[in-house]
Design a protein around this ligand. Structure first.
Ligand SMILES: O=C(O)CCC(=O)C(=O)O
Length: 297
């Protein structure tokens, strides 16, 4: 669906100003939208999974583990395919206010794509370099949005995501090095064409909802505090957007319609998108492992 068609439908949750800001800048941060009960439940489940990770030594379908992971000191970078980890995470994705917010941003017919819970442990090890999401999972149009919320307060020092306003209207960059290896990040020479000084940090109290369009150039900063920063992220699209490559981290619910009806016609946007590696063949670790290794893992 095109933004002008989406905006013709009355919003369910967001104000008109918030919706307009999303389509103008390519991102949004709004606090006070996630009910306390969901915030509490998400924190509870996060704590349970961190505890369970102590019994796991190497990354698997659930946990992307960092290099410092030890049984007495978990270093989980990502809880993968989140909606498959616990039924409450799927209820959160499909039944909560998140799906209504998604409808405000992608139109009344909403398709679920994927979800994860990213941690950022103290230090600079999990800085995420500048990237766009869509080159990892191309769709027939650019409605997909990464929508989620911070489980805890995120200040500028606690590893916030940071976005370049208006970059969703600009080029879609190749996320590979000169040898053609997938890096998950935009090359420095391409970033030289982008004004990084206008980047906006998405900060806010626990429960702050963040939304980032799939073409928006974003990154995330170092965590300079001594506390971990968890963010739950869910990807939704218009029902008329269809992925044209295998998903990097498919879930049991990828492709499910969570609001409205399935599309009878695909919306095809003419803007070209670079082709990612075939994830069904080589597998995908996480943006952390890929950006650190400089290769697909
Ligand atoms: O967790 C973060 O701080 C960044 C996440 C991100 O940009 C991504 O997973 O694409």
């Amino acid at each position: 669906m095109k933004p002008e068609d989406i905006l013709r439908h009355p919003p369910k949750v967001l104000t008109s100003a918030q919706r307009d800001a999303y389509f103008r800048t390519g991102f949004l941060a709004v606090d006070g939208l996630v009910p306390d009960a969901w915030l509490h439940r998400s924190r509870e489940l996060s704590a349970e999974f961190l505890e369970a990770s102590k019994a796991v030594a190497v990354s698997n379908e659930a946990f992307d583990l960092g290099p410092r992971h030890r049984p007495d000191q978990p270093h989980v970078r990502r809880l993968r395919a989140l909606v498959d980890r616990h039924p409450d995470f799927w209820r959160l994705a499909s039944e909560s206010v998140l799906a209504d917010i998604a409808a405000d941003l992608v139109g009344p017919d909403v398709k679920f794509h994927s979800a994860k819970l990213n941690y950022k442990w103290p230090g600079s090890g999990e800085i995420v370099d500048w990237h766009q999401d869509i080159p990892a999972w191309p769709h027939t149009n650019y409605s997909p949005v990464t929508l989620g919320f911070y489980l805890d307060e995120v200040s500028p020092e606690r590893g916030p995501l940071t976005c370049i306003p208006g970059s969703h209207h600009g080029p879609i960059f190749v996320h590979r090095d000169d040898a053609g290896h997938w890096t998950g990040s935009i090359q420095e020479r391409d970033m030289m064409t982008v004004d990084r000084t206008c980047a906006v940090d998405l900060t806010g109290p626990a429960g702050t909802v963040i939304a980032i369009n799939c073409r928006t150039i974003h990154a995330s900063r170092a965590n300079l505090t001594d506390r971990v920063r968890p963010v739950a992220l869910f990807v939704y699209s218009s029902a008329d957007a269809f992925p044209w490559t295998a998903a990097p981290t498919p879930t049991n619910h990828t492709g499910d319609i969570v609001r409205g009806r399935p599309a009878q016609t695909a919306h095809l946007d003419a803007t070209p998108c670079p082709v990612p590696p075939d994830w069904s063949r080589i597998g995908y670790g996480s943006i952390f492992s890929v950006q650190r290794a400089g290769e697909a893992s």
